[in-house]
Design a protein around this ligand. Structure first.
Ligand code: MOS
Length: 770
């Protein structure tokens, strides 16, 4: 408006965008201390995207449909181990409707799997390995085209079992042999041998777990579209920026030419952390034919090619004094990582959950001719906790001590590996709350003593995980003149409620209604950088960045109001977007008024996640308690109830936190009782490639779930003080169930999943012995 005084606050004068990206200390302005009463954050706020989801209007990558879009299908190796001698695509290209076919012969050698292989590698290491990819007018035509590709394979000997793969004469997947790195990974502290000698009781046992497959509801899929030299890719991914960078690298174009979008996603659980081959293939094909290309994997491909949790054979040993003091722990394990490099280690819980000075660990990651392993919800910790906490129950039993008391006796006050203190640890409180809620005193004493064929038991396990979050993570808030706001962050909501907590944090700081906030995520073209949505680090990394951005907006408003009202800032009161004089409340101005007077259309601020404190370990902690009923005539285990009690710092949203507890525990019940990938060792074929053969629970298998959070804000981490929950909720379930089964029947099942045949066999064996 002409003639009006333009007022710029100090923030505007120094409005250097980059400056706002600097790391800020944890003690930042407006930090939410534990005693700070919050209105929206922490409350059970319904998901802001709930309507979109239940009404079917939410667009998942699988739903993406572009004008003139072509569809692609992948030809996969029908042998567990082979080399391509020749490949002929000429016949397939002649099929009407076929648009292009890519193979190792007509695409650049793009490094894949940590440079051990290529996007298309003529050395095929598993049944399902990518051979070629055909784009056509329809998926059906693409599938037909694959049948017309003539591949001559040199069939190689194969191995699918980790133990056999380690034998000297086993077929080799890599020059170096089948043990990744040629040797085990070793960890030691103190002197385990000495520790075992000092023990009054020693137990040793072997535990096994099977390969599990993520099987998220939404299949892995990508759609790619070129506009000149600019590429847009819609991808079902946990990491839009990782995918952007992988595409830029693979296509040899700068990152700014690539935009990756993920709006909604039907689960990933770790299988969508790394960029997919199908994504890069879609981009190549789209460029080749000058049309958008979409690739959606089918359920069989999901079960063969996009990741799994390694299996494990874990030999554990523990020594303890009569008073319960642990004197030594050791862990020898091997597990299959499939066709490409990944770690099968699972000893971390044993290294660090309990106080123990003498620890020895040796773990082998073994290549086999099967689909590559990938991170899966708390990689290693799920298998490792099952074994460790089974053994802890055994040794507690051997010295005649209550398993919970034993755990308290060996409570680790410090991080056992780094010897650093924790920023916060409320595990004792979790033990207490969980034990109370399940009724720990009701346990069958001794184990297996409950009468009749239906035996009940109660067991527990402990959880440790990282999940403190870290920089870099940024969020930008644009506050409009009408008091509505738009928040943008390059994180992604993988189904966990990210949209919602971002709206909540913004609403809390700016005191504006949540309905007036729009959140845009998962778009590298519009949002500032955020890390992968994995490792339970999304909420603890992103929420402080949003908080920081909102604090800056608020400061800009206060500074603007001070100039307009000609009052010192500390005399002003900010309430629901209205700033008034503390002394004379009739002197006030709202957001619209401030922006108008400043001649600003919007206020913009980018917040950054602060650095974590040095000299501390940030971990999440928890315990789960399970009650089961075992039918000793059929061997069937029913999980009746699971209680979880966790230290996750500040809860951002009680409803979505409870969702995490439920999801994690359900997946834990599934891992404990049902899930296993089965491979026929004679043919190398995976026999469980659909949702019928790969067993997962239904609503009929669900236990009653009770969840408690025993922590408050951890302000040593951030202004918000939240820690992660996605993985913590899943880690101890299988261990708690296994211990509950032992408590019910008095016989220990050392092999997951605990299927009826294993229960019956173990019971029969126990009867024969006694
Ligand atoms: Mo998780 S395995 O970090 O998605």
């Amino acid at each position: 408006m002409a003639g009006q005084k333009i007022i710029k606050s100090k923030f505007f004068l120094e409005d250097d965008f980059l400056e706002t990206l600097a790391e800020v200390p944890a003690e930042e302005v407006g930090a939410w201390k534990p005693d700070k009463k919050l209105k929206i954050v922490g409350a059970p706020v319904s998901r802001v995207d709930g309507y979109d989801k239940v009404s079917g209007t939410a667009q998942y990558t699988f739903d993406v449909s572009l004008p003139n879009m072509a569809f692609a299908k992948t030809l996969r190796c029908p042998h567990p181990h082979a080399r391509i001698k020749s490949i002929d695509i000429s016949k397939a290209l002649k099929l009407p409707g076929v648009l292009a076919i890519i193979t190792h012969e007509n695409t650049p050698k793009i490094p894949w799997y940590y440079n051990t292989s290529y996007l298309f590698d003529p050395h095929l290491r598993y049944l399902g390995d990518e051979v070629a990819c055909a784009a056509a007018e329809s998926e059906e035509i693409a599938a037909e085209a694959l049948k017309l590709i003539n591949v001559e394979y040199e069939i190689l000997p194969f191995v699918t079992d980790a133990k056999k793969a380690m034998e000297p004469n086993a077929p080799k997947l890599y020059e170096e042999g089948n043990i990744r790195g040629g040797k085990p990974s070793v960890y030691k502290r103190g002197d385990a041998e000495k520790g075992f000698k000092e023990a009054d009781a020693v137990v040793e046992d072997t535990f096994t777990t099977r390969v599990a497959v993520h099987n998220p509801t939404e299949v892995h899929c990508s759609a790619a579209n070129w506009d000149g030299d600019r590429l847009t890719v819609w991808d079902s991914t946990q990491a839009v920026f990782n995918v952007r960078d992988a595409l830029a690298r693979s296509l040899n174009i700068p990152a700014n030419k690539v935009r990756v979008i993920k709006k909604y996603m039907g689960g990933g659980f770790g299988s969508k952390l790394a960029p997919g081959k199908y994504t890069v293939m879609a981009a190549f094909l789209a460029r080749k034919i000058g049309r958008p290309v979409k690739i959606a994997l089918d359920r069989k491909e999901m079960n063969l090619a996009v990741g799994n949790r390694p299996d494990s054979v874990q030999k554990l040993k523990a020594g303890a004094k009569k008073d319960g003091t642990l004197t030594a722990l050791s862990h020898h394990s091997y597990g299959t990582v499939g066709s490409h490099p990944y770690g099968a280690g699972c000893s971390w819980p044993l290294r660090t959950v309990y106080q123990c000075d003498n620890v020895y660990v040796e773990e082998y990651s073994v290549y086999t001719n099967a689909g590559p392993a990938r991170p899966m919800r708390a990689p290693g910790h799920v298998q490792g906790t099952f074994a460790m906490d089974s053994l802890i129950d055994e040794i507690a039993g051997k010295i005649g001590m209550d398993p919970l008391e034993f755990r308290l006796k060996n409570y680790a006050e410090k991080d056992q590996v780094s010897n650093l203190p924790y920023t916060s640890k409320r595990l004792k409180e979790a033990y207490k709350k969980g034990a109370e809620a399940i009724g720990w005193h009701r346990r069958s004493q001794p184990a297996g003593s409950s009468p009749g064929p239906m035996k009940r038991g109660i067991g527990m396990a402990t959880q440790i995980w990282w999940g403190g979050g870290a920089p870099p993570a940024y969020a930008t808030i644009r506050l409009n003149r009408d008091g509505s706001a738009h928040v943008m962050a390059g994180t992604q909501d993988i189904g966990t409620g990210t949209y919602t907590f971002i709206a909540q944090v913004t609403a809390e700081v700016l005191e504006i209604p949540i309905e007036k906030i729009t959140v845009t995520l998962g778009d590298t073209g519009r949002c500032p950088y955020c890390p992968v949505s994995g490792g339970s680090l999304t909420a603890p990394s992103v929420s402080p960045a949003v908080h920081h951005a909102a604090q800056q907006i608020k400061a800009k408003l206060i500074s603007g109001a001070a100039a307009i009202l000609e009052l010192p800032e500390d005399q002003l009161l900010y309430q629901k977007g209205v700033i008034s004089d503390k002394k004379d409340p009739s002197k006030k101005i709202d957001i619209t008024g401030i922006l108008r007077k400043m001649q600003e259309q919007e206020l913009i601020a980018t917040g950054a996640r602060n650095a974590n404190p040095t000299g501390y370990t940030i971990n999440t902690f928890g315990a789960q308690f399970a009650e089961v009923e075992v039918d000793t005539e059929t061997g069937r285990v029913k999980v009746l109830k699971v209680v979880a009690a966790n230290d996750i710092g500040r809860v951002l949203n009680w409803k979505t936190a409870e969702n995490q507890f439920h999801g994690g525990i359900i997946q834990g019940v599934s891992f404990a009782l049902m899930e296993q990938r089965v491979i026929d060792q004679a043919t190398g074929k995976v026999l469980t490639t659909n949702m019928h053969d790969y067993k997962m629970p239904t609503v009929m298998d669900m236990p009653e779930i009770e969840a408690y959070v025993v922590s408050e804000a951890d302000n040593m981490i951030s202004s918000v003080g939240a820690k992660g929950l996605g993985e913590p909720a899943h880690i101890p379930t299988a261990g708690a169930i296994a211990n509950a089964v032992y408590n019910a029947i008095g016989v220990r099942i050392k092999s997951l999943p605990i299927t009826p045949d294993k229960v019956l066999t173990a019971l029969q064996k126990a009867r024969r012995v006694s």
